[in-house]
Design a protein around this ligand. Structure first.
Ligand code: ADP
Ligand code: MG
Length: 296
């Protein structure tokens, strides 16, 4: 999915680094093979290509991520919407750069919004899924986080208890550094083209993810367009938030919620986060920071 993974750890001298690297690479490769929209032969693209109504056998992990995505879609009242695939493609953020075509975009945006179970049906026990409407599913707002959880699982399986793993800016940490201090992560200021630090997060036994409109942008007719879609308007998101960072137990949840809360905006986002007990940090476009992180 055009991103890089990393793993840092502390351990005694008896770790076979080559074998560990191989397992970690295998874990991200599995996620890519199942959930990438950039690979025509991925399991998700197989589901997207199957006729509406036809059941498609899918791997257990993909079924789990689809189910979580639907649940977060429900809890966010439609802000997290994996049915935005056509919009993402039309605005040139999917595989292959495409120049937006006004007519096509209007047709997609005018469609009924993504409403499971009307549009996607899951049969978790049978590891099957079927689309009930011609919507292109897109898991790019959650799959990276899940990939980080898979890296975490490999680290634990390898007997390691002190590590920091990540894919791009989505991170998860366990234990502490050898000096007993927590892993620290720089929280970047959401200023396009700049690399300044807003603060430093301490992370242990938790995951963090950030969604922002400041980095993955395209210039369309002289305007910066966000890769986050507003499912309610059927267009790239334009609101009063520059970035949202979410802290959670799993990186999958942090990743999806960062996107969902970003869509919800500066007034509804914090209210929803508080109601659901989500630890989130909102950076508004005017620079104001609102946090729902519990006090320490
Ligand atoms: P990043 O890649 O910066 O971590 P996100 O986690 O926010 O960003 O994921 C952005 C991707 O999620 C988009 O490129 C698109 O494929 C998909 N997406 C866009 N809008 C939504 C949405 N409202 N709900 C779910 N997924 C979305
Ligand atoms: Mg996300």
């Amino acid at each position: 999915m055009g991103s890089r993974w990393s793993a840092v750890f502390h351990a005694g001298g008896d770790v076979d680094e080559a074998a560990l690297t191989h397992r970690l690479q295998g874990a991200v490769e599995r996620v890519e093979q199942q959930m990438s929209t950039w690979r025509p032969e991925s399991d998700l693209e197989r589901l997207n290509a199957a006729p509406v109504g036809a059941w498609v056998q899918i791997p257990r992990e993909l079924a789990h991520v689809l189910a979580t995505a639907l649940e977060i879609g429900r809890l966010s009242q439609g802000a997290f919407d994996i049915g935005v695939g056509d919009l993402v493609q039309a605005w040139g953020f999917g595989g292959g750069a495409r120049v937006p075509d006004g007519g096509r975009i209007a047709a997609i945006a005018g469609r009924p919004s993504f409403e499971p179970p009307k549009t996607l049906q899951l049969d978790p026990a049978g590891c099957r899924a079927r689309r009930l409407a011609p919507l292109r599913l897109d898991l790019s707002g959650i799959a990276k986080g899940f990939g980080v959880d898979e890296l975490a699982r490999e680290m634990t399986a390898a007997g390691l208890s002190s590590w920091l793993v990540g894919i791009d800016g989505e991170m998860r940490a366990e234990g502490t550094k050898p000096d007993g201090r927590p892993w620290t992560i720089a929280h970047e200021k959401p200023t396009p083209g700049e690399r300044e630090i807003l603060g430093v997060l301490e992370l242990s036994g938790a995951a963090v993810a950030t969604s922002g409109s400041y980095r993955h942008q395209r210039q369309v007719a002289g305007r910066a367009v966000s890769h986050t879609m507003d499912p309610f308007r059927g267009a790239p998101l334009e609101n009063d938030l520059a970035a949202v960072t979410v802290l959670s137990e799993t990186c999958m949840a942090a990743d999806a919620w960062a996107t969902a809360l970003m869509v919800r905006g500066a007034s509804e986002g914090p209210a929803l986060a508080r109601r659901l007990g989500l630890a989130a940090l909102f950076v508004q476009t005017d620079g104001k920071v609102v946090s729902t992180w519990p006090c320490r």
